[in-house]
Design a protein around this ligand. Structure first.
Ligand code: PYC
Length: 433
């Protein structure tokens, strides 16, 4: 690739808007020089009008903008983010990807997301470090074993690789696991899902932002939406702390604040917001190359490429907008992890944090048009949001471009609550809630 005289990579895009990569030489030059790194996406003044305004600069909002531009040629798009991109749920989740859900609608949907993640690095020309290391959900009692068998059958019918394995196979995959019958919660088996794994969540956000920017999308960080304008049942634009912007289409892609944003358009969402806490240890040599989840013990764990163990639990037991960590969480987490892997007793936790989860009554998202013309929602992700980023972006872009939801999200419309057509996914939650 060409290097300009000041040592910058010459260009991020070729003439067709296709992203270029950086050569090893240009990275080296930047590393040893005091040259400024080129910006991965540009800053812009807020325009007076856009064709589409997306509220929320996480993976859902950015992926929707990217696929609007790439798949439908809709490029006069603004993404409005009140903080910095990826600063909400996208940067706070534990980056687990999987498609071993319970309902056929859920399995099909998340499987499409895993497929998109599989070639995302190539599509965005940005390494998102997707490691398909396998995903294991442990069963410690007969009823969870029965749910695992049920899920495995639904998964197989949708062509998703997923099966129930016995404690001996669990031990082969994770030698540090206590699979003895004397454990306090003996392991009776597990749902094993080889295509599942982990991804670098920041890279996914940056990759989509860079890709959307290269196709002309405006990304506005530190821009807070304070109101949504609706006239005669149609959305006409948004009010922000930087001024008013008009648009015939406004999309709510927020997490944690999805009800507050929808309320601005007069659309009520059956959503309650709960904090979800997570923690990370000091780095150690690689020893865990599978994602391990125990619903009964309320814990999931994976090891990052840097060697840290990333732990999460179920949502806090009360609705709140707080993102403070608690000692109660750390104590519970430590105890439960040691039930599974006693050898970890000497490891030190480095950090803990929390994100916000918008829970719906059936643990499935709310996607598509609403009663206000031009106002779309992609919300209610509970604890599943990050893994759905690519498929949600693709489907929401299709929905906006054609004015109706594509088949893959038709089950997730807001009208299902009034019609009693719930898509119950509680049984596929990583941990009990
Ligand atoms: O559903 O896989 C999951 C998950 C992991 C962390 C939170 N939810």
């Amino acid at each position: 690739m060409a290097i300009s005289s000041n040592g910058h990579a010459a260009s991020r895009t070729n003439g067709n808007g296709k992203l270029r990569g950086y050569s090893a030489w240009s990275l080296f030059q930047h590393g040893v020089s005091d040259a400024q790194w080129p910006r991965a996406w540009r800053g812009h003044d807020l325009a007076d009008t856009y064709d589409v305004i997306i509220i929320g600069g996480g993976v859902h909002g950015l992926a929707t903008a990217y696929y609007l531009a790439v798949n439908h040629g809709i490029t006069n798009v603004a993404v409005l983010e009140k903080s910095y991109i990826g600063g909400g749920g996208s940067g706070r989740n534990t980056a687990i990807l999987r498609s071993n859900y319970l309902t056929p609608e859920g399995v099909r949907f998340y499987d499409r997301s895993v497929k998109l993640y599989e070639h995302l690095a190539a599509d965005l020309n940005f390494n998102v470090m997707f490691s398909q290391r396998g995903h294991m959900t442990l069963a410690h009692n007969d009823s969870s074993l029965r749910t695992m068998r049920w899920r495995a059958e639904v998964n197989k019918l949708q062509d998703v690789d997923s099966d129930v394995i016995d404690p001996g196979e669990v031990k082969k995959l994770v030698p540090h696991m206590d699979v003895s019958p004397y454990a306090r919660y003996p392991i009776l088996g597990a749902l094993y899902h080889p295509p599942g794994g982990i991804v670098r969540h920041d890279a996914v956000v940056w990759g989509y932002a860079r890709g959307a920017d290269a196709h002309g999308v405006h990304i506005h960080q530190k821009t807070t939406v304070t109101g949504i304008d609706v006239d005669a049942g149609k959305v006409t634009g948004v009010q922000t702390d930087q001024g008013r912007v008009s648009a015939p289409v406004v999309v709510n892609c927020t997490a944690g604040w999805s009800t507050l944003i929808s309320d601005m358009a007069g659309v009520e969402m059956p959503v309650q917001t709960f904090p979800l806490q997570a923690a990370v240890t000091e780095p150690v040599k690689p020893f865990l190359d599978t994602v391990v989840v125990s619903g009964t013990l309320h814990v999931y764990v994976s090891q990052t490429d840097r060697g840290e163990l990333v732990f999460g639990a179920s949502v806090d037991p009360f609705a709140s907008y707080s993102i403070r960590g608690s000692l109660e969480f750390t104590e519970g987490l430590g105890g439960h992890v040691l039930e599974l892997m006693p050898a970890l007793s000497k490891m030190r936790l480095l950090r803990q944090w929390a994100g916000l989860c918008d829970m719906t009554p059936d643990y499935s998202p709310i996607m598509g048009p609403t009663g206000v013309e031009g106002f779309y929602v992609d919300v209610g992700w509970g604890t599943y949001g990050f893994k759905a980023g690519p498929v949600s972006g693709e489907a929401m872009a299709d929905c906006i471009a054609h004015g109706r939801p594509p088949e893959i999200i038709s089950a997730f419309g807001i009208e299902r609550f009034a019609a009693g057509r719930l898509v119950g996914e509680k049984g596929a939650a990583a941990v009990g809630h």
